[in-house]
Design a protein around this ligand. Structure first.
Ligand SMILES: NC(=O)c1ccc[n+]([C@@H]2O[C@H](COP(=O)([O-])OP(=O)(O)OC[C@H]3O[C@@H](n4cnc5c(N)ncnc54)[C@H](OP(=O)(O)O)[C@@H]3O)[C@@H](O)[C@H]2O)c1
Length: 320
């Protein structure tokens, strides 16, 4: 089994070889247009990345650079642009922008052609309003294409709970008049390292009576898919399900943790009302696996076992 021990940039560089095929081969779903103008597609003009100093934002920037996008073609928008000094040194434009302060956005987005709108976390301002502020400002600034980091359950019709903010943002984006791409990300698998570490430390895992397995995806694969959409043609008004390669529940997390560390984990059926966490992400709408990451990036998404292998030391330390 491949361990993904190679540097991520190597993968990103390899992905460049698949650029020509990616746009044509993607399995994403075309959705009805909403008065959208035609765009040229591919890398053309300056690319805005919002949330640039966040975890996903930084990975996307690194992938864009690895794909050969000149730093001078990047507009990196953040509430803390000073945290992006390394990219400013390379020639990127680093700018202040806060979706909760719409007056900051025209200057932040000026000159951009394509944009990755990274969804914000829960904060002082309702997320759909914050995202609409960003969309409106981008349209006013002349941005032609916006890719948005959405949520995978929307593809199965979920519009409430965790999906609600993303659904409302998707609607605003579709009504905005620009062309768009929905990157409907699944839940990050990176967080399952903590889940596995706890299982290993406890030597047991509680299995819920009813569980909706999740197509967990690494943040790195989400970033690679976003970079592909921003730099290759053919993604206008497409929605992609950005998932890992397999559906994962408690049993699969425990099995992967044991396979990597050698430490057994006892599976204990939940008592009524106990340990509902695996269902916290909503209903069956989250149980989605797609081929879109591979179609976009030219390589299969990282499995949970591969993620655990890459972080084996952390898991062995937890196993004691
Ligand atoms: N799929 C999942 O499992 C999962 C899990 C957690 C979160 N998410 C979603 O995915 C997004 C990206 O994930 P991540 O790991 O990169 O999260 P992250 O490290 O928390 O980054 C999110 C970034 O959003 C930006 N942001 C927050 N409030 C903002 C505002 N008012 N105006 C403009 N930008 C604002 C910030 O960028 P600056 O600091 O540079 O301003 C922040 O660093 C999250 O924000 C969340 O919506 C998904």
């Amino acid at each position: 089994m491949e361990t993904h021990s190679r540097p991520r940039r190597t993968w990103a560089t390899l992905a460049v070889l698949a650029i020509a095929a990616a746009g044509a081969a993607c399995g994403g779903s075309p959705e009805p247009q909403s008065g959208t103008p035609a765009t040229t597609g591919g890398h053309d003009g300056k690319i805005i990345v919002s949330g640039a100093s966040g975890q996903l934002g930084r990975l996307v920037i690194d992938d864009l650079l690895a794909r050969g996008v000149p730093a001078s073609d990047l507009i990196l928008v953040s509430r803390t642009p000073e945290a992006l000094e390394e990219y400013a040194q390379l020639g990127a434009s680093t700018r202040f922008g806060d979706f909760a302060q719409p007056e900051s956005l025209p200057e932040a987005f000026a000159g951009g052609t394509r944009m990755l709108l990274i969804s914000i976390g829960f904060g002082d301002i309702p997320r759909p309003q914050a995202h609409k502020n960003a969309i409106d400002a981008a349209v006013a600034a002349g941005v032609e294409h916006i890719a948005y980091t959405s949520y995978v359950a929307i593809s199965r019709g979920d519009t409430e709970g965790l999906a609600a903010d993303h659904y409302q943002t998707e609607q605003a984006l579709k009504e905005s008049g620009v062309s768009w791409t929905m990157l409907r990300n699944s839940i990050y698998s990176n967080g399952q390292l903590q889940t596995a570490a706890k299982m290993l430390a406890d030597g047991r895992a509680i299995v819920p009576a009813e569980e909706h397995p999740i197509g967990y995806v690494t943040r790195e694969d989400c970033a690679a898919a976003a970079a592909a959409v921003l730099t290759t043609p053919g993604h206008e008004n497409m929605a992609y399900d950005i998932t890992g390669p397999e559906l994962i529940g408690v049993r699969e997390i425990a099995a992967a943790a044991t396979a990597v560390t050698g430490k057994p984990i006892e599976l204990v059926p939940a008592k009524p009302g106990e340990e509902e966490a695996p269902r916290a992400f909503g209903g069956p709408g989250i149980s989605v696996v797609s081929g879109d990451v591979e179609a976009l990036t030219g390589r299969p998404p990282t499995s949970l076992r591969e993620l655990f292998e890459t972080n084996k030391d952390q898991l062995l330390a937890a196993a004691g």
